[in-house]
Design a protein around this ligand. Structure first.
Ligand code: G3I
Length: 315
């Protein structure tokens, strides 16, 4: 296999990419590369609440539809992102009382999940519900208004809305064994025992040379609960500009993460969080860092691309 897509297909894994729908519509080389190299798509922004329901009951699906139609035309699966998050959620939701917020959540999940039933294969039902502080729950308007039960409500609603979709809980900095991943583990155990959770998404926004040494064992403990695992937002940032040594180390890091997923039967796949280095959210959020993805700005393949291809069994 000479593409990521062909190599991943051959071993039954998803190799996904976060897609900017505006570029998909306006940039032919972006479009062609996405179609050729990936068998799974995630909307980088187009399925979030602020994009799909900016006002109460006023749903706007044009960008999300464009992505799902593209995936269908190209035989790609879709991993949906995301129903319930503390960010990119309109202020009209954030100000509701508990009863009204629950109603809004249920309506939102039902409407979006029903629209894409049978076309979106899996969903990040809740995103980033654990804080970075000793594994405490994140202090969000969801938690403050509805209490911890907001998570169960979201999963129960999603399960009923699309019983065939795989439902994931998704977070960052849970790749290794740590206080935050311990909390995700406890939440996952509870949801799994109610049969409303199918998998855990490990975002994997990593830093050069810092793939956690406990990553494989940590993913395994979730698999041992009967869950799938998935690398949902992979990028590996470094201090820019990158030199050859850094690009080689980055390739090594990408290889390691890909091997971990390839060797775990219950790892459904890997999604990289953007196509080219210049498509990434990283430089805007962490100035002076970047070069985090698999393709250079001119679509040339980086050493990390070859490492992922090889780790998927291609080359
Ligand atoms: O939609 C407006 C547009 O109208 C305006 O012209 C433009 C000007 O800056 O901004 C546009 O919104 C931006 C949006 O991306 C779409 O491009 C927002 O300002 C910007 O904040 C937003 O950033 C996204 C970020 O989530 C928001 O939290 C990134 O693209 C996206 O990569 C990032 O993705 C998150 C995952 O969803 C969850 N995990 C972490 C990951 C990285 O932060």
């Amino acid at each position: 296999a000479t593409t990521l897509r062909a190599a991943a297909d051959a071993i039954g894994k998803d190799i996904g990419v976060a897609v900017d729908v505006n570029k998909l519509q306006n940039n032919a080389q972006y479009r062609n590369t996405i179609a050729t190299e990936f068998n799974s798509l995630t909307a980088e922004n187009a399925m979030k609440w602020d994009a799909t329901e900016p006002q109460d009951g006023n749903y706007t699906f044009s960008q999300a539809d464009t992505l799902v139609n593209f995936a269908e035309d190209n035989g790609q699966s879709v991993h949906g992102h995301t129903f319930v998050w503390h960010a990119q959620t309109p202020s009209w939701v954030q100000g509701l009382n508990a009863t009204a917020m629950r109603t809004a959540m249920v309506d939102h999940i039902n409407t979006v999940a029903n629209r894409y039933e049978g076309r979106v294969d899996s969903w990040d039902v809740v995103n980033e519900v654990v804080s970075d502080n000793n594994g405490a729950m994140r202090d969000s308007f969801w938690l403050r208004t509805m209490g911890e039960g907001f998570i169960t409500t979201a999963f129960q609603t999603a399960r009923a809305a699309d019983p065939n979709a795989d439902l994931y809980i998704n977070d960052y900095s849970i790749e290794g064994d740590n206080a935050k991943s311990d909390t995700i583990y406890r939440i996952a155990q509870g949801l799994k025992s109610q049969n409303i959770l199918d998998g855990v998404g490990f975002q994997s926004h990593l830093i050069l040379g810092q793939v956690p040494s406990t990553m494989e064992a940590n993913l395994q403990r979730f698999v041992d609960l009967g869950l799938k695992v998935r690398i949902t937002e992979l990028d590996i940032r470094l201090n820019t500009p990158a030199d050859a040594n850094e690009l080689a180390q980055q390739a090594e890091d990408y290889r390691r993460v890909t091997e971990i997923c390839a060797e775990l039967a219950d790892c459904s796949g890997i999604t990289v969080w953007g196509l080219r280095d210049n498509d990434s959210w990283v430089p805007g959020t962490f100035p002076g860092t970047g070069a985090a993805l698999l393709f250079f700005e001119d679509y040339a393949k980086k050493p990390a691309y070859t490492a992922v291809l090889n780790a998927l069994g291609g080359g």
